[in-house]
Design a protein around this ligand. Structure first.
Ligand code: NDP
Length: 279
């Protein structure tokens, strides 16, 4: 069994991004907008800011009050769409209930949509002609390739079908020539389907949901989940202790997929900067 070290892989990708950014005449710039004071979102936004510093990017952080109106938020996005210093715009989700997330995503210039949530970018991913890949699924693909795991011809099972993780993950595995099955809360025979997988990706959000009976001997198990266990400790969707001995490769939580997500955001910002500057 090999534990895939997301921190180490992430650090080497960040070093590559930094080296690339240093070669550019314009500093890649990322703007992050946070509305309200959700504590988890505040941590994510701080980490995104730190990552920008680490790779030598320019960054602007906007913390707006909970009661920000749609008009004010769209006004800021419009200003950032025009800004020559900003190549990537990220609005931290979830937004307060009175704001329309769909409208907000649509307002971001697709060329600066480094989260890849805009329908134009989602469509491009479907076709296989992408500018940006959504950060978490792209991070999973990097973990696989940098661990020497070839997806071609493999039985891949993704548990979860969200627009942020499950669906794009399935698409990326398909583009990498995997044979892909997507499971969700209505799936029948989940254990049987999962135990066929050569590569099992879990993106559910339930602590220790994936148990050894769901995992084939020698499978690769990627755990996207971020949960708290009964003692309040950070854990994934996979019962790591009992599942790990059956696997050939497994990602831990923390230290697996998590560090890759922000790294892929940096990669998308670099790509956006290159695309905009080379136009
Ligand atoms: P969502 O809640 O949007 O989606 C969860 C998915 O899991 C749904 O498709 C749901 O099915 C499915 N599901 C729920 N219960 C079951 C079940 N009993 N059996 C089978 N499928 C089930 O979550 P996200 O996709 O946004 O996130 C998933 C997890 O990944 C969370 O823990 C989140 O914190 C984590 N995450 C981690 C990131 C990282 O950087 N590492 C980034 C993003 C998310 P249905 O559609 O039928 O309801």
């Amino acid at each position: 069994m090999n534990i895939i070290n997301g921190k180490e892989i992430s650090a080497s990708i960040r070093a590559e991004i930094k080296a690339e950014a240093e070669k550019m005449t314009v500093k890649p710039g990322l703007a992050v907008i946070l509305v309200g004071s959700d504590p988890a979102s505040q941590v994510y936004v701080r980490n995104k800011n730190k990552a920008c510093e680490e790779v030598g990017f320019y960054s602007e952080m906007y913390t707006l009050p909970e009661e920000t109106s749609m008009e004010e938020l769209l006004g800021l996005i419009d200003q950032l769409n025009q800004s020559p210093q900003i190549h990537g715009i990220l609005v931290q989700l979830p937004l307060p209930k009175h704001l329309d997330e769909e409208k907000v995503i649509l307002a971001i210039n697709p060329e600066k949509d480094v989260d890849a949530f805009h329908p134009v970018n989602v469509g491009k991913i479907m076709i296989g002609n992408h500018s940006f890949l959504p950060c978490t699924p792209a991070g999973v693909m990097e973990l696989l390739s940098r661990s020497g795991i070839d997806v071609t011809g493999k039985e891949c099972v993704v548990i979860g079908r969200s627009n942020i993780v499950g669906k794009p993950q399935a698409m990326l595995l398909l583009h990498a020539n995997g044979t892909v099955t997507v499971c969700h809360s209505r799936t029948k025979n989940l254990t049987e389907i999962c135990s066929r997988a050569d590569i099992l990706v879990s993106a559910i959000g339930k602590a220790k949901f994936v148990t050894p009976d769901m995992v084939k001997e020698g499978a690769v198990v990627i755990d996207v989940g971020i949960n708290r266990d009964e003692n309040g400790k950070l854990c994934g969707d996979v019962d790591f202790e009992n599942v790990a001995p059956k696997t050939s490769f497994i990602t831990p939580v923390p230290g697996g997929v998590g560090p890759m997500t922000i790294t892929m955001l940096m990669k998308n910002t670099l790509t956006a900067a290159k695309n905009i500057e080379n136009k």
